[in-house]
Write a protein that binds this ligand. Structure first.
Ligand code: NAP
Length: 317
């Protein structure tokens, strides 16, 4: 039977932080969680868009809607946002690592990482590690990391993770989405072993899961076309439009991962029809590279090293 919004259990009293909640899947995820009673914290890089999102969500919200300034392409902002969550709430029940950018020309984050690897993977890696103490000991705490069908085409190129020697914007996107699912699985592994991060020992009740939306009509594709100026891709998206499902449908797998009692630790969920492009949430296969413990551990270690070497340029605490 199809799992729908009406299957989401009551979220009253739970704090749910959604990154990239200003549009698309993040906005729909926040809408669904807030309408089921959660305090929805919208982690957004644009205050103007965050305010607009809050106005849109308020009429159907059964819980408060709060805003958190968060630019995942700036590690100082990531640190400030995590510290702000600790100050405001001192706890967290759900973290949805949803924000993402797709296939721009080669650009860098504030600390000089390739934008897609830096935003989609490293920013969320740093944010999650900083928030683990708030998730610890919360009953039913979960971290959901949003990946993509692009993971199946991805490869973790440890010799050139930042595309410094050769940048292919689609390879970089696929790599970042493979990194998302590899991170989600490795986090579960480490939580089970009591080593999810410096401050996460003993937090084995936190679940880490991954989800992908299939093809969903959001700002991801128009923003990508605007950034790279490709008329061929603009035309391709127009032709492919009938294949795309709504953002609300696309958000269901991550909502399932975040709230369904039957979702499994380390589980990976996506749409059940058309080869995972659309449909209702179900368990879906994981890219083989993410199932390889050596690659996952190496990604984790390299990510830690990159973060340790990065010198935040802002007023990072
Ligand atoms: N739509 C699909 O078909 C599809 C398919 C597979 C996977 N996904 C994944 O789904 C996730 C959500 O994407 P979407 O489709 O909902 O696209 P979207 O409508 O473009 O939403 C992306 C969100 O990420 C935010 N964001 C981008 N860079 C950020 C940064 N540096 N710091 C903080 N937030 C940032 C955007 O903020 P602004 O509003 O300020 O730009 C926006 O809120 C992504 O991880 C994407 O890879 C989507």
């Amino acid at each position: 039977m199809a799992w729908t919004l009406s299957d989401i259990p009551d979220q009253t009293g739970r704090i749910a932080l959604v990154t990239g909640a200003s549009s698309g899947l993040g906005l729909e995820t926040a809408r669904a969680l807030a309408s089921h009673g959660a305090t929805a914290v919208l982690g957004c890089r644009s205050r103007t868009k965050a305010e607009a999102a809050r106005r849109e969500l308020l009429p159907t919200a059964a819980g408060p809607i709060d805003l958190l300034d968060l630019d995942l392409a700036d590690l100082a902002s990531v640190e400030r946002a995590a510290a702000e969550m600790a100050d405001r709430y001192g706890r967290l029940d759900l973290l949805i690592n949803n924000a993402g950018v797709m296939a721009p020309p080669r650009r860098l984050t504030r600390q000089g990482f390739e934008l897609q690897f830096g935003t989609n993977h490293l920013g969320h890696f740093a944010f999650t590690r900083a928030l683990l103490p708030l998730l610890r000991h919360r009953p039913g705490a979960r971290v959901v990391t949003v990946t993509s069908g692009a993971q199946y085409f991805g490869r973790l190129d440890f010799d050139d993770l930042q595309g410094e020697r050769r940048y292919d914007r689609w390879k970089a996107y696929s790599q970042s989405k493979l990194a998302n699912v590899a991170f989600a699985l490795e986090l579960q592994q480490r939580l089970d072993a009591g080593s999810g991060g410096d401050t996460a020992s003993g937090s084995s009740r936190i679940l880490s899961l991954a989800a992908h939306p299939g093809l969903a009509r959001t700002n991801l594709q128009p923003d990508s076309v605007a950034a790279n100026g490709s008329r061929v891709e603009a035309l391709a998206y127009r032709l492919m439009d009938p294949l795309f499902q709504s953002a609300a449908m696309g958000a269901l797998p991550q909502l399932f991962a975040a709230t369904a009692p039957e979702a499994q630790p380390g589980g990976h969920y996506g749409p059940n029809r058309w080869g995972g492009m659309r449909g209702w949430p179900t368990a879906v296969r994981i890219a083989p590279a993410a199932l390889d413990p050596e690659q996952r551990q190496r990604l984790w270690q390299v990510s830690e090293e990159l973060l340790a070497r990065a010198i935040p340029t802002g007023d990072c605490p």
